[in-house]
Each structure stands twice: as C-alpha cells, then as structure tokens.
Ligand binder design. Structure first.
Ligand SMILES: *Cc1c(COP(=O)(O)O)cnc(C)c1O
Length: 466
C-alpha cells in the first residue's frame, strides 16, 4: 500500500511506478497534506497518453472529484454496495482523510458456481487427437477406451456409453424389458430425470420416502410399496451418499425385482467396500458439466451381464442387428455418445480420484471453518464411503434467506431438490414423502469449486445464527 501512494506533483511515469508496485494495479493520489485526492489505474494513464499527454507531464491539474471511497470500519455490505463492474477497488480512508487501505471486490465480481468442470490433464490433447483423426461422431477409439476404463473403475464388466444420464436410465429400463403395466419404485428426493425416464418407458413410477438420516431411498418404504406389478427399484445415491444396498438387494432378490442404481451424483462412492454401480442389474451414470467427472453431456450404463450389455448396445444404436447392417430387429433409439465426448471422458477418468480428493478437501475445509450448531452436515456412515459432489447440509431455518444472501456476494448455492411428490405433474405417483419434505425444505448445496470463499459463507451463516 505505501508504495502505491503517489503525491499530486508526480508525473504520469511516477504514477505507473506506483501502479506497478501494488497487486491491485492502482495508484492512490494524495495532496501535500497526505489527504486523499483520488485514484489512477494503468488504464487511466493509457487513456491520458492517447489524449496527448506525455509520460513526463504532471498529474496535478487532473480532476479527481468523482472518486468513490469509504472509511475504515465501514461495513463490508456498504463496501460491496460501492463496487460495480467498473469500480472494483474502493480506497479506505482514516478519520483525517488519508488513504490507509483498500477494499477489492475482484473475486466477488466473478460468480462462484456450485460446481464447474475441471480439466486437470489430457482433455485438450485427446479432443485434439479425436478431431485430427476425423472420428468425431459415435465411432472411434476413445469410446471403447472410455467404456472399458469407466466400467473397470466401477468394478463392473461392461459399460455402454450414452448421450446423457437421463437416457442411460431409459436405456436400462428398456433393456430390462420394463414398460407398460409395470411399476418402478423410486425415491421422492431425486433429480427429475429419474422419474421422467420411468414415465417415458411407459411404466408407472411409484414414489417412496427417503431415510431421514441418509436422505436415500428408505428400504422399509420400498417393501410397503411392492405389489404384483412391481418390476424394478431405482435407488438413487443422492448427493454422493450410497443407498443401503445390502437391504435393497435383499428386498430385490426376495421379491424378484430388478435394480437400476442411479449413480449420477456418486461416481466412486462405496458401500461395504463395493463401488456403487456394481450392485444393480444395470447402473447408470451422468457426465453432465457439473457432475463429478464430465464429458459435456454424456452418460453410461454399466452391467455385469453380457446379455444386457448386448441388448443395450442394440437399442442404443437404432435397434440395428449386429450381424446384418441396416436390418432392424427392434424399434431402437439413437442414444450414443460421440468420440469427442469420450475423449474428454478418458482424460477426466485419469484424474477422477484426484478430483474426488479435491472435493473432499473442500468439504473438510467447510467443516473446519464453519462451526455452527444450526448447520448439520451430510451424515457419514461406518460401512459407507460417500463422495463429495456438492457440499451438503441441512439448516435449522432461514434456508431461502441464506441462499439469497449468498447470491448478493455472487456465491451460488442451491436449495435441495423439491420432492417429486410436491410437484403437481408427479403427485399422483406418490406413496410416502414425510422425510423428503422435511429434508428438502432445509437442505442446501454449497459450492465445491476451487476458489470458493468459505470465510464469507461462514460470515453469512453467523449473521443468521448468532
Ligand atoms: C444429473 C442427474 C441425472 C441426469 O443426468 P443428465 O446427464 O443430466 O441427463 C439423473 N439422475 C440424477 C440423480 C442426476 O443428478
């Protein structure tokens, strides 16, 4: 700060020396009595030079009247109020009008999203390679490599890549022969893609409640909802938390039901030392831009059954016969991933454990900085290794006020998903929903991006729960 204070009798060159001395890139101009006059940035100097000034000219005749400033001790809210797209730095003066500090709103002028893709390795290289190979559509070496690599990561034999995570669920239902007249049990607390895929298959979704501590589908509620038409259960490992797969698989085998795990938010999580995605008949993943790893848009079905693997491939590729080209045995779909997407996926997969580790570190940082009894972090369970996708908590009250307050600081957060049963289009499928209503009303997802300012988030929580 000291080196960036510049007396009024300086030249433009002196100003540039001051600007250069401070990371904020700004010179604080003071008069002979060290009182604040105004600021100059390198942009200001550039504009003066263009106007015809020389670097040796003095700045004493410039007009500094319009400069915004604040006083030491002013509230952070007031400081933020004074910043905008153009004014990002506010000089802070002491009582006798000398500049003593400045407030910089740089990181807050950029929006902090809840999640963003991270390219830690070979993404560009592989995409480039795919482009140069001209195999940019749905054939090419990266597709096979991504399917093999990702299914191996899930400890499952086969992977069938798809254009997104929603059609992966649809494809799984189709391959299992589920459709009209069948019922499929799903949890009330999930992203709508789960239920939409069931409805598009022609089957009837049956919405059941979630467990109050785990937030995942309640095995007891599943049992109550089973009837003679029930064909499958779709447990969703919501917010990185594995469902109670032991109980669910027992129910499924007793009642002769298929299991499709929706793993869109839980790549790499384990239950009893076993990866999610390796329990069900088919499991589905999403690689949307904000998920744990991404291919832009994309998804995958994984299975240990070679028969289901073949069914899915045929249905995904227009229902075309694998022996006889352009001969169609089924009314199929085009649900394929492109080689370019798979190229991104291969690079993402190389660093998936690193990404999961980084997300975990961010969650740990939240827990160590924010210590407030009104905030209950997502639970952990001894037989379960949840993964961190977004940082999740349920709060006592004021959830929506907190979301709005965070937005004022340009920090995005999300209320938990609305329970499916709360939306008119899905209400008729609902079976039970007490816990999901409670959790959804109080749940908040916080950013897992690198530069998230957890101290500011802590300050906001403390405003509400002091
Ligand atoms: C993201 C998501 C999906 C759908 O994935 P898309 O790739 O966006 O189609 C399905 N289920 C859950 C639980 C999800 O979070």
């Amino acid at each position: 700060m000291k080196d960036s204070i510049c007396p009024l009798n300086s030249s433009l060159k002196d100003v540039l020396v001051c600007v250069n001395s401070e990371p904020a890139g700004i010179a604080f101009i003071v008069d002979d009595f060290k009182k604040f006059k105004g600021v100059l940035t390198d942009g200001d100097v550039r504009r003066l030079l263009i106007k015809g000034y020389n670097v040796t000219d003095s700045i004493s005749d410039l007009n500094f009247n319009k400069c915004v400033y604040a006083y030491k001790g002013d509230k952070i809210d007031d400081l933020i109020q004074k910043t905008n797209n153009k004014i990002r730095i506010i000089p802070i003066l002491n009582k006798i009008h000398e500049p003593v500090d400045y407030f910089r709103n740089e990181h807050k002028t950029f929006f902090t999203p809840v999640a963003e893709p991270k390219f830690l390795g070979n993404e560009l290289k592989y995409v480039n390679d795919a482009m140069l190979s001209t195999w940019i559509s749905s054939k090419g070496k990266y597709i096979d490599r991504f399917e093999k690599g990702f299914s191996k990561f899930c400890e499952v034999d086969y992977g069938v890549s798809t254009s997104n995570g929603t059609v992966a669920i649809h494809l799984a239902l189709l391959a299992l022969g589920i459709g009209k007249g069948d019922e499929v049990i799903i949890p009330d607390l999930t992203f709508a893609a789960t239920i939409n895929a069931v409805i598009h298959s022609g089957a009837k979704p049956v919405i059941v409640d979630v467990d109050i501590d785990r937030w995942t589908i309640s095995p007891n509620s599943i049992k109550k909802a089973v009837n003679k038409n029930t064909k499958a259960i779709i447990p969703v490992h919501i917010y990185g938390q594995p469902c109670e797969m032991d109980k669910i698989m027992t129910i499924a085998s007793e009642m002769n039901l298929f299991v499709i795990e929706d793993c869109a938010e839980a790549h790499g999580a384990t239950f009893n030392q076993k990866k999610v995605g390796s329990f069900g008949n088919i499991s589905t993943f999403s690689f949307f831009g904000n998920k744990i790893i991404t291919t832009g848009e994309g998804g995958m079905c994984v299975t240990n059954s070679s028969k289901l693997n073949n069914n899915m491939r045929i249905l995904r590729d227009h229902g075309m016969s694998t022996d006889k080209k352009y001969w169609h045995d089924f009314v199929g779909y085009n649900y394929r991933m492109t080689n370019i997407q798979a190229a991104i996926g291969c690079a993402q997969l190389e660093n998936i454990n690193k990404k999961l580790g980084l997300n975990q570190q961010i969650e740990n940082a939240y827990k160590s900085i924010i210590k407030n009894e009104s905030i209950i972090w997502q639970n952990t369970f001894s037989n379960t290794n949840k993964v961190v996708w977004l940082v999740c908590a349920v709060v006592e009250k004021y959830r929506d006020d907190i979301v709005n307050e965070l937005l004022k600081y340009k920090i995005d957060s999300r209320p938990f998903f609305y329970p499916l049963s709360s939306m008119p289009i899905y209400r008729k499928y609902s079976h039970s929903n007490k816990n999901s209503l409670l959790i959804s009303k109080r749940g908040i997802n916080l950013p897992t991006v690198d530069n998230v300012d957890i101290k500011i988030i802590n300050m906001i929580f403390n405003k509400f729960y002091s």
